[in-house]
Ligand binder design. Sequence first.
Ligand code: ZN
Length: 325
Amino acid sequence: MSKRTEKIIRIMIPALLALMCAVIAFLGGRVSNLEKRLEGYRAATQLGERESRLVQLSWIEENAYASSDISELAARTCSDDYASLAYPSDEYEAHPSSGAGLYDRNGVTYAAGSDSDGVHRVYLTFDDGPSIYTDDILDILDAYNVKATFFVVGRESTASYARYLRIIEEGHTLGMHSYSHIYSDIYASPESFAEDTERIRSLLEDVTGYSPVFYRFPGGSSNDVSATDMHELEEYLDSQGIIYFDWNVSSGDAGKTPLTPDQIIQNALQGIESRDTTVILFHDTAAKHSTVYALPSIIEAIQAMDNTEILPITYDTTVIQHDHP
Ligand code: ZN
């Protein structure tokens, strides 16, 4: 190698290195800018999706959405809660122990306070959550300044924990709806029922710091799938200081045949003005977007009724339990 070539190489190598560094720095900056823009687009799209979920989704879009979520639902479906629609609503009576506005539990008498004051009390209850729609439901309740009741199942994820907490923090009632929601497990024996109940109770207690006291049986207390005498399970809950609630109006939002939001609205509003206490069954699951869609109209219609209040379930609520053999 001649001296001249060597000199050229000695000059060229640092120059080339400097050029490569400059190119890398430039490309790095471009990538970082593009990433930022992409993030911006992502956020905007999510916001758009969220808004469209609340406001714009048509019935057809909703069904498309639902079918894409089938896998989540498949694991734990609750369509049997749905047996209820088959019953005419006047077959439901307040449990005999609820008496005329008073009921006695564990030696404590609670004033149910509904039968004499002429106020119609309406309780919106949401089973099977938390789900991807819990936050939408909570946003709507918040917008109308309404408190409701969520009968939840066990879901162990950060998102679900946040939803359990949000329900409590925003003043709603957090009730239990079993841990697994798998009928064949829960209702296999009194022991398996007790085990499942303890599991959901301690999960909610760990996450929220509050011990839940209200329960809704998967399928309702009048279900015909339990392998165990339901009276035995009711006694168990009673021994634990847990009060169970069925419903006397079903919105129909979890039927095997999906209903339109209009049909859900019509079902949910049935007979409210003729009852002292109305407990309406809704579902909070990934496949039931129609519930979210129908909810604002339902709340507005109830709020427009005379002498009618929407309340969360508390010890003051007249207990609604199904009659069953
Ligand atoms: Zn359910």
